[in-house]
Design a protein around this ligand. Structure first.
Ligand SMILES: Nc1ncnc2c1ncn2[C@@H]1O[C@H](COP(=O)(O)OP(=O)(O)OP(=O)(O)O)[C@@H](O)[C@H]1O
Length: 289
Protein backbone atom coordinates (compact mmCIF):
# COMPACT_ATOMS: atom_id res chain seq x y z
CA UNK A 1 0.00 0.00 0.00
CA UNK A 2 1.34 3.44 -0.92
CA UNK A 3 1.71 6.17 1.65
CA UNK A 4 -1.15 8.54 2.39
CA UNK A 5 -0.04 12.05 1.41
CA UNK A 6 -2.97 13.60 3.23
CA UNK A 7 -5.07 12.21 6.06
CA UNK A 8 -8.09 14.11 7.27
CA UNK A 9 -9.44 12.78 10.53
CA UNK A 10 -12.72 13.84 12.15
CA UNK A 11 -12.40 17.35 10.71
CA UNK A 12 -15.18 19.53 12.06
CA UNK A 13 -15.93 23.18 11.40
CA UNK A 14 -19.17 24.81 12.42
CA UNK A 15 -20.52 28.02 10.88
CA UNK A 16 -23.81 29.55 11.86
CA UNK A 17 -25.73 27.78 9.11
CA UNK A 18 -23.37 25.01 8.05
CA UNK A 19 -21.32 22.29 9.64
CA UNK A 20 -18.43 20.33 8.23
CA UNK A 21 -19.21 17.22 10.16
CA UNK A 22 -16.44 14.83 11.30
CA UNK A 23 -14.97 14.56 7.82
CA UNK A 24 -12.61 11.64 7.22
CA UNK A 25 -10.66 10.76 4.08
CA UNK A 26 -7.16 10.15 2.89
CA UNK A 27 -5.28 10.68 -0.34
CA UNK A 28 -2.90 8.13 -1.74
CA UNK A 29 0.39 9.07 -3.29
CA UNK A 30 0.44 8.96 -7.07
CA UNK A 31 -3.29 9.64 -7.47
CA UNK A 32 -5.43 12.42 -8.83
CA UNK A 33 -8.36 12.69 -6.43
CA UNK A 34 -11.47 14.61 -7.43
CA UNK A 35 -13.34 16.22 -4.55
CA UNK A 36 -16.89 16.61 -5.79
CA UNK A 37 -20.05 18.13 -4.43
CA UNK A 38 -22.60 20.78 -5.32
CA UNK A 39 -22.33 24.48 -4.46
CA UNK A 40 -22.16 24.98 -0.73
CA UNK A 41 -21.47 21.32 0.11
CA UNK A 42 -18.29 22.15 2.02
CA UNK A 43 -15.44 21.68 -0.48
CA UNK A 44 -13.80 25.07 0.03
CA UNK A 45 -14.19 24.89 3.80
CA UNK A 46 -12.50 21.48 3.80
CA UNK A 47 -9.63 22.70 1.64
CA UNK A 48 -9.18 25.89 3.63
CA UNK A 49 -9.13 23.88 6.85
CA UNK A 50 -6.46 21.59 5.38
CA UNK A 51 -4.35 24.58 4.44
CA UNK A 52 -4.93 26.32 7.76
CA UNK A 53 -6.76 29.23 6.06
CA UNK A 54 -9.80 28.48 8.21
CA UNK A 55 -9.41 27.59 11.88
CA UNK A 56 -11.00 24.18 12.38
CA UNK A 57 -13.04 23.40 15.50
CA UNK A 58 -11.61 19.92 15.85
CA UNK A 59 -10.01 17.09 13.95
CA UNK A 60 -6.55 16.22 12.77
CA UNK A 61 -4.75 16.87 9.49
CA UNK A 62 -1.67 14.84 8.61
CA UNK A 63 0.40 15.65 5.55
CA UNK A 64 3.04 13.22 4.29
CA UNK A 65 2.61 11.26 7.50
CA UNK A 66 3.24 14.20 9.83
CA UNK A 67 0.99 16.40 11.91
CA UNK A 68 0.33 19.72 10.14
CA UNK A 69 0.25 21.69 13.39
CA UNK A 70 3.71 20.58 14.39
CA UNK A 71 5.53 21.07 11.09
CA UNK A 72 3.41 23.56 9.20
CA UNK A 73 6.17 25.44 7.41
CA UNK A 74 8.09 22.37 6.32
CA UNK A 75 4.98 20.53 5.16
CA UNK A 76 3.49 23.49 3.31
CA UNK A 77 6.73 23.79 1.39
CA UNK A 78 5.72 20.53 -0.31
CA UNK A 79 2.25 21.75 -1.31
CA UNK A 80 1.24 23.87 -4.28
CA UNK A 81 -2.21 25.34 -4.04
CA UNK A 82 -4.65 27.08 -6.35
CA UNK A 83 -7.64 28.70 -4.66
CA UNK A 84 -10.67 29.93 -6.56
CA UNK A 85 -10.64 33.34 -4.95
CA UNK A 86 -7.82 35.77 -4.60
CA UNK A 87 -4.97 35.44 -2.28
CA UNK A 88 -3.12 37.81 -4.64
CA UNK A 89 -2.55 41.54 -4.18
CA UNK A 90 -4.46 43.01 -7.08
CA UNK A 91 -2.26 46.07 -7.52
CA UNK A 92 0.97 44.15 -7.96
CA UNK A 93 2.38 43.03 -11.28
CA UNK A 94 2.70 39.29 -11.91
CA UNK A 95 6.43 39.61 -11.34
CA UNK A 96 6.13 41.49 -8.04
CA UNK A 97 3.51 39.06 -6.71
CA UNK A 98 5.70 36.14 -7.72
CA UNK A 99 8.63 37.67 -5.79
CA UNK A 100 6.49 37.84 -2.66
CA UNK A 101 5.33 34.22 -2.93
CA UNK A 102 8.59 32.71 -4.19
CA UNK A 103 10.36 33.87 -1.04
CA UNK A 104 8.19 31.50 1.00
CA UNK A 105 9.42 28.34 -0.76
CA UNK A 106 12.78 26.68 -0.21
CA UNK A 107 12.83 25.06 -3.64
CA UNK A 108 11.53 27.90 -5.80
CA UNK A 109 12.55 27.23 -9.42
CA UNK A 110 12.58 30.41 -11.50
CA UNK A 111 13.31 28.53 -14.74
CA UNK A 112 10.22 26.35 -14.32
CA UNK A 113 8.13 29.42 -13.48
CA UNK A 114 9.35 31.30 -16.57
CA UNK A 115 8.62 28.31 -18.78
CA UNK A 116 4.99 28.27 -17.60
CA UNK A 117 4.71 32.05 -18.07
CA UNK A 118 5.90 31.60 -21.64
CA UNK A 119 3.68 28.59 -22.28
CA UNK A 120 0.62 30.43 -20.93
CA UNK A 121 1.55 33.62 -22.84
CA UNK A 122 1.38 35.73 -19.68
CA UNK A 123 3.08 39.12 -19.34
CA UNK A 124 5.02 39.58 -16.11
CA UNK A 125 4.62 43.36 -16.30
CA UNK A 126 0.83 43.16 -16.25
CA UNK A 127 -1.10 43.94 -13.06
CA UNK A 128 -2.94 41.08 -11.36
CA UNK A 129 -6.16 43.15 -11.40
CA UNK A 130 -6.17 43.19 -15.20
CA UNK A 131 -6.02 39.40 -15.65
CA UNK A 132 -8.99 37.57 -17.09
CA UNK A 133 -10.34 34.59 -15.13
CA UNK A 134 -8.51 32.09 -17.32
CA UNK A 135 -5.23 34.02 -17.15
CA UNK A 136 -5.54 34.30 -13.39
CA UNK A 137 -5.97 30.55 -13.09
CA UNK A 138 -2.98 29.95 -15.35
CA UNK A 139 -0.87 32.34 -13.28
CA UNK A 140 -1.95 30.56 -10.07
CA UNK A 141 -1.07 27.20 -11.62
CA UNK A 142 2.34 28.51 -12.74
CA UNK A 143 3.05 29.62 -9.17
CA UNK A 144 1.80 26.36 -7.66
CA UNK A 145 3.96 24.25 -9.95
CA UNK A 146 7.21 26.18 -9.63
CA UNK A 147 8.53 25.02 -6.29
CA UNK A 148 8.67 21.27 -6.84
CA UNK A 149 5.58 20.57 -4.76
CA UNK A 150 4.63 16.95 -4.16
CA UNK A 151 0.94 17.63 -3.59
CA UNK A 152 -1.13 20.01 -5.64
CA UNK A 153 -4.36 21.18 -3.98
CA UNK A 154 -6.77 23.05 -6.23
CA UNK A 155 -10.13 24.53 -5.28
CA UNK A 156 -12.49 24.72 -8.26
CA UNK A 157 -9.70 25.53 -10.70
CA UNK A 158 -11.93 25.02 -13.72
CA UNK A 159 -15.06 26.90 -12.69
CA UNK A 160 -15.89 29.68 -15.12
CA UNK A 161 -13.24 28.65 -17.65
CA UNK A 162 -13.84 27.83 -21.28
CA UNK A 163 -13.44 24.20 -22.42
CA UNK A 164 -10.11 24.89 -24.14
CA UNK A 165 -8.46 26.29 -21.01
CA UNK A 166 -9.99 23.50 -18.94
CA UNK A 167 -8.59 20.85 -21.19
CA UNK A 168 -5.18 22.59 -21.14
CA UNK A 169 -5.26 22.44 -17.35
CA UNK A 170 -6.10 18.72 -17.40
CA UNK A 171 -3.09 18.11 -19.65
CA UNK A 172 -0.86 20.00 -17.24
CA UNK A 173 -2.10 17.91 -14.33
CA UNK A 174 -1.33 14.73 -16.26
CA UNK A 175 2.17 16.06 -17.03
CA UNK A 176 2.66 16.88 -13.35
CA UNK A 177 1.71 13.29 -12.45
CA UNK A 178 4.38 11.85 -14.75
CA UNK A 179 7.00 12.46 -12.08
CA UNK A 180 7.06 9.86 -9.35
CA UNK A 181 5.53 10.61 -5.97
CA UNK A 182 3.20 13.40 -7.07
CA UNK A 183 -0.45 13.73 -6.08
CA UNK A 184 -3.33 16.05 -6.91
CA UNK A 185 -6.41 16.94 -4.88
CA UNK A 186 -8.86 18.85 -6.99
CA UNK A 187 -12.32 20.12 -6.00
CA UNK A 188 -14.96 20.73 -8.62
CA UNK A 189 -18.63 20.65 -9.34
CA UNK A 190 -17.86 20.19 -13.05
CA UNK A 191 -17.56 16.43 -12.91
CA UNK A 192 -16.88 15.99 -16.63
CA UNK A 193 -13.34 17.28 -16.01
CA UNK A 194 -12.71 14.24 -13.87
CA UNK A 195 -13.95 11.54 -16.24
CA UNK A 196 -10.60 11.44 -17.99
CA UNK A 197 -8.07 12.19 -15.31
CA UNK A 198 -9.23 11.25 -11.80
CA UNK A 199 -8.13 8.04 -10.09
CA UNK A 200 -10.18 8.52 -6.94
CA UNK A 201 -13.40 10.42 -6.18
CA UNK A 202 -14.61 11.77 -2.88
CA UNK A 203 -18.18 13.06 -2.69
CA UNK A 204 -19.17 15.57 -0.04
CA UNK A 205 -22.71 16.75 0.64
CA UNK A 206 -24.04 18.98 3.42
CA UNK A 207 -20.64 18.82 5.09
CA UNK A 208 -20.51 15.02 5.17
CA UNK A 209 -18.48 12.58 3.11
CA UNK A 210 -20.84 10.37 1.11
CA UNK A 211 -18.25 8.16 -0.55
CA UNK A 212 -14.55 7.79 -1.21
CA UNK A 213 -14.02 5.38 -4.10
CA UNK A 214 -11.90 4.54 -7.10
CA UNK A 215 -13.38 6.23 -10.14
CA UNK A 216 -13.18 3.10 -12.31
CA UNK A 217 -14.87 1.02 -9.63
CA UNK A 218 -17.71 3.54 -9.36
CA UNK A 219 -18.20 3.63 -13.10
CA UNK A 220 -18.20 -0.15 -13.30
CA UNK A 221 -20.66 -0.71 -10.48
CA UNK A 222 -23.19 2.00 -11.31
CA UNK A 223 -25.46 2.14 -14.35
CA UNK A 224 -28.27 4.24 -15.69
CA UNK A 225 -31.57 2.46 -16.25
CA UNK A 226 -34.49 3.56 -18.43
CA UNK A 227 -37.87 1.95 -18.66
CA UNK A 228 -41.62 2.01 -18.32
CA UNK A 229 -43.23 3.78 -15.38
CA UNK A 230 -45.41 0.71 -14.82
CA UNK A 231 -42.33 -1.23 -13.66
CA UNK A 232 -41.76 1.14 -10.74
CA UNK A 233 -43.46 0.12 -7.53
CA UNK A 234 -42.60 0.19 -3.85
CA UNK A 235 -40.44 -2.91 -4.16
CA UNK A 236 -38.55 -2.11 -7.36
CA UNK A 237 -37.89 1.48 -6.26
CA UNK A 238 -35.61 0.07 -3.58
CA UNK A 239 -33.26 -1.22 -6.29
CA UNK A 240 -32.34 2.31 -7.29
CA UNK A 241 -30.31 5.09 -5.72
CA UNK A 242 -32.49 7.64 -7.47
CA UNK A 243 -35.50 7.52 -9.79
CA UNK A 244 -36.76 10.35 -12.00
CA UNK A 245 -40.11 9.88 -13.65
CA UNK A 246 -41.73 11.72 -16.54
CA UNK A 247 -44.82 10.94 -18.60
CA UNK A 248 -42.53 9.06 -21.02
CA UNK A 249 -40.99 6.70 -18.50
CA UNK A 250 -38.40 6.58 -15.76
CA UNK A 251 -34.66 7.15 -15.59
CA UNK A 252 -32.78 5.81 -12.63
CA UNK A 253 -29.30 5.03 -11.32
CA UNK A 254 -28.48 1.76 -9.59
CA UNK A 255 -25.57 -0.17 -8.17
CA UNK A 256 -27.60 -3.40 -8.41
CA UNK A 257 -27.47 -4.02 -12.13
CA UNK A 258 -28.09 -7.78 -11.96
CA UNK A 259 -31.10 -7.46 -9.68
CA UNK A 260 -32.60 -4.80 -11.93
CA UNK A 261 -32.00 -6.98 -14.99
CA UNK A 262 -33.73 -9.89 -13.24
CA UNK A 263 -36.94 -8.00 -12.47
CA UNK A 264 -36.94 -5.70 -15.52
CA UNK A 265 -35.56 -7.79 -18.38
CA UNK A 266 -36.56 -5.19 -20.95
CA UNK A 267 -35.01 -2.18 -19.23
CA UNK A 268 -32.42 -0.15 -21.14
CA UNK A 269 -29.19 -0.25 -19.17
CA UNK A 270 -26.51 2.30 -20.02
CA UNK A 271 -23.19 3.53 -18.74
CA UNK A 272 -23.55 6.17 -16.02
CA UNK A 273 -21.27 9.21 -15.89
CA UNK A 274 -19.81 10.71 -12.72
CA UNK A 275 -22.50 13.38 -12.67
CA UNK A 276 -25.28 10.75 -12.78
CA UNK A 277 -23.67 8.95 -9.86
CA UNK A 278 -23.10 12.12 -7.85
CA UNK A 279 -26.68 13.28 -8.31
CA UNK A 280 -28.03 9.82 -7.52
CA UNK A 281 -26.37 9.91 -4.10
CA UNK A 282 -27.34 13.47 -3.20
CA UNK A 283 -30.36 14.08 -5.42
CA UNK A 284 -33.37 13.81 -3.14
CA UNK A 285 -32.16 16.03 -0.35
CA UNK A 286 -30.99 18.72 -2.67
CA UNK A 287 -34.26 19.25 -4.43
CA UNK A 288 -35.81 19.98 -1.08
CA UNK A 289 -33.36 22.85 -0.32
N1 LIG B 1 -16.80 32.33 6.84
C1 LIG B 1 -18.01 31.76 6.79
N2 LIG B 1 -18.99 32.15 7.64
C2 LIG B 1 -20.21 31.56 7.61
N3 LIG B 1 -20.56 30.60 6.73
C3 LIG B 1 -19.64 30.20 5.84
C4 LIG B 1 -18.32 30.75 5.82
N4 LIG B 1 -17.62 30.15 4.84
C5 LIG B 1 -18.47 29.26 4.26
N5 LIG B 1 -19.67 29.28 4.87
C6 LIG B 1 -20.84 28.46 4.52
O1 LIG B 1 -20.45 27.11 4.51
C7 LIG B 1 -21.13 26.39 3.48
C8 LIG B 1 -20.12 25.62 2.65
O2 LIG B 1 -19.36 26.52 1.88
P1 LIG B 1 -18.14 26.07 0.99
O3 LIG B 1 -17.57 27.32 0.38
O4 LIG B 1 -17.23 25.21 1.78
O5 LIG B 1 -18.86 25.18 -0.11
P2 LIG B 1 -18.30 24.66 -1.51
O6 LIG B 1 -18.63 23.21 -1.57
O7 LIG B 1 -16.89 25.06 -1.69
O8 LIG B 1 -19.23 25.45 -2.52
P3 LIG B 1 -18.89 26.13 -3.95
O9 LIG B 1 -18.86 25.01 -4.94
O10 LIG B 1 -20.08 27.01 -4.12
O11 LIG B 1 -17.61 26.88 -3.79
C9 LIG B 1 -21.92 27.42 2.71
O12 LIG B 1 -23.24 27.33 3.13
C10 LIG B 1 -21.31 28.74 3.11
O13 LIG B 1 -22.28 29.76 3.11
Amino acid sequence: MTQAVLEVNQLTKRFQRFCLDHVNFSLEEGCITGFIGTNGSGKTTTIKSILGLVVKDSGRIRLFGEDLNKNERKLKDRIGFVMDEGYFYENLTLKAMKNVLAAAYSQWDEAVFLSYIKRFKLDLKQKIASLSKGMRMKYAVALALSHHADLLIMDEPTSGLDPLVRSELMDILLEFMQEEGKSVFFSTHITSDLEKIADMLILIDHGQIIFEEEKDELLETHVRVKGDNAWINEETRGLFLSVRQSPYGFEAVTNQRDNVRAVMPEAVIERACIEDIMLAYIGGDHDAD
